[in-house]
Design a protein around this ligand. Structure first.
Ligand SMILES: C[S@@+](CC[C@H](N)C(=O)[O-])C[C@H]1O[C@@H](n2cnc3c(N)ncnc32)[C@H](O)[C@@H]1O
Length: 260
């Protein structure tokens, strides 16, 4: 107990994913946590409440402390798409909502799409909604892959072809009209993405973090890599997805790639 009495500093921003509430880290005496959790659960109509501690590793696994309730598996409905996820194990980025919606509204009819970092289907499901003919959805984390399969069934999206394993190994060559690279720091994977495009080229949605919204250095590197593989970036458009950290922005580049 603190000398000044009970200690509780209110969380700055909560979010509700399905019917689980996630709170950012905040200060409170430990014995208060279940009480705070119950208040959030009752007010927001949630079945569980957890405090977010961070994301780690290449599987992007969530670390949370559940302070109320037990069952953290939930179905989050967004833009008419159902995402089943266990938020105690995997991330769900609310800040990417506009990008998920944008992908779902592109015209992908007759396209073969590849999502190299599918996760539970964050962009795969919107691409399926956009009417793609076939979507290869690659994921190497068995937990995320399990939810990808579940979400494919739940949304009745038989145009999704799930591929389990490392995308540098399991993805088919020369098939894609469009590729989703919805993960950061994946410059080394761009070479592989180019091999997965069809003979004429296509579109790659390349996500990354840049300082000061300036993508010029990243584009220079991507152009050089495309050039080495017999392709060129004919044009591109940048979209700022969200602020990630002070002066650091999550951007997506829609790269139009052509065979040289
Ligand atoms: C969490 S998602 C990225 C965020 C997501 N696009 C969103 O909108 O929130 C990245 C996924 O890529 C997977 N991954 C990382 N490296 C991979 C690889 N080489 N092959 C296949 N999947 C990979 C991770 O396991 C993870 O599930």
């Amino acid at each position: 107990m603190h000398e000044r009495g009970i200690f509780f500093k209110t969380p700055r921003k909560w979010e509700k994913i399905g019917n689980v509430v996630i709170l950012p880290p905040f200060g409170a005496d430990e014995f208060l946590l279940p009480i705070i959790g119950e208040v959030y659960a009752r007010v927001l109509g949630a079945k569980a409440v957890a405090i977010y501690e961070g994301i780690s590793g290449e599987y992007r696994e969530n670390s949370v402390i559940t302070i109320w309730g037990k069952d953290t598996e939930t179905v989050h409905v967004e833009n008419g798409i159902k995402y089943t996820i266990d938020v105690s194990k995997l991330m769900f980025s609310s800040g990417n909502v506009d990008e998920r919606i944008r992908i779902s509204k592109l015209n992908m009819s007759d396209e073969t799409v590849m999502d190299m970092f599918s996760g539970i289907g964050y962009f795969t499901l919107p691409a399926a909604k956009a009417g793609a003919k076939k979507i290869y959805a690659c994921e190497k984390n068995p937990v995320a892959f399990y939810y990808l399969l579940k979400n494919r069934e739940l949304n009745n999206m038989s145009n999704i072809a799930p591929l389990f394993g490392d995308n540098r190994i399991v993805c088919p060559l020369g098939v894609a009209d469009r590729i989703l690279m919805g993960y950061f720091d994946t410059f080394d994977f761009f070479y592989y993405a180019l091999q997965y495009l069809n003979n004429e080229g296509g579109i790659i949605h390349y996500h990354d973090l840049v300082r000061g919204k300036d993508e010029s250095e990243l584009v220079r590197k991507l152009r050089a890599e495309a050039d080495n593989s017999g392709f060129k970036i004919a044009s591109y458009k940048k979209r700022v997805v969200k602020s990630y950290a002070p002066h650091v922005w999550h951007v997506v580049l829609d790269l139009v790639i052509e065979k040289k």
